[in-house]
Design a protein around this ligand. Structure first.
Ligand code: IMP
Ligand code: MG
Length: 176
C-alpha cells in the first residue's frame, strides 16, 4: 500500500471534457433510440457523469468484462462477469468504456454485440493508450489520449483500489 500517485488529469479537466462529450452525443443522437452500455467496473463514474450531460431520452445498461486480473498488463483473455439485462435489437448502442489499451476487450465485445442486431454501435472511451494498441478499434468519442503509463482513479483501479479517486493519476509502484 506504499504506491505513490501523480495527478495526470484533474477533476476539473475531466468534468469539462465530459460535459463537451455529452453535448456532442446529445447532438449526434437526437431522434435515436439510445442505449448507453457501460463496461463494468471501470465505467461507473464516467457513465454516471456523462449520462447527466446527455439531454435525450435514453436507457442505461451494463456488461461486466474482465481482462486484467490483478496485474498492470493485459492477460489478453476477456471474461464476461455480468451480462446485459435488455435486448439490443434495433437500438442505437453507445458503449461506454474507461480506457482502450490493447483493444482486445473492445474487439471481443463488439463481436458479441453484433449477434444482438442493434441498429448501430459506437464506442465512447474516456481514455486511449495508443502505444499499447494490438487490435485497432475506432473510438467515436474520446476524452483523452494517455502515454504508456498505468493510470488509476475515476473508475480505474489497481488491484481493486483507487476507483473512487476524483482525478486520473499515474501509479508509481516503487514510490514510498
Ligand atoms: P484492453 O483490452 O487491453 O484494451 O484493456 C481494456 C481494459 O483494461 C480497460 O477497460 C481497463 O479496465 C483495463 N486497463 C487498461 N489499461 C489500464 C490502466 O492503465 N489502468 C487501469 N486499468 C487499465
Ligand atoms: Mg474497462
Amino acid at each position: 500500500m506504499s504506491e505513490r500517485v501523480r495527478e495526470l488529469i484533474s477533476e476539473r479537466e475531466l468534468q469539462a471534457r465530459i460535459r463537451e462529450m455529452g453535448q456532442q452525443i446529445s447532438r449526434d443522437y437526437a431522434g435515436a433510440d439510445l442505449v448507453m452500455l457501460g463496461v463494468l467496473k471501470g465505467c461507473f463514474l464516467f457513465m454516471a457523469d456523462l449520462c447527466r450531460h446527455i439531454d435525450l431520452p435514453l436507457c442505461c445498461d451494463f456488461v461486466g468484462l474482465s481482462s486484467y486480473g490483478d496485474r498492470t498488463s493485459s492477460s489478453g483473455v476477456v471474461r464476461i462477469t455480468a451480462d446485459l439485462t435488455r435486448p439490443l435489437e434495433g437500438k442505437d448502442v453507445l458503449i461506454v468504456e474507461d480506457i482502450v489499451d490493447t483493444g482486445l476487450t473492445m474487439q471481443y465485445l463488439l463481436g458479441k454485440l453484433q449477434d444482438r442486431v442493434p441498429r448501430s454501435i459506437k464506442l465512447c472511451s474516456l481514455l486511449y493508450k495508443p502505444a499499447r494498441c494490438v487490435v485497432p478499434c475506432k473510438i467515436d468519442y474520446l476524452g483523452f489520449t494517455v502515454d504508456d503509463v498505468f493510470v488509476i482513479g475515476y473508475g480505474l483501479d489497481f488491484e481493486g483500489r483507487y476507483r473512487n479517486q476524483r482525478y486520473i493519476g499515474v501509479l508509481d509502484p516503487d514510490g514510498d
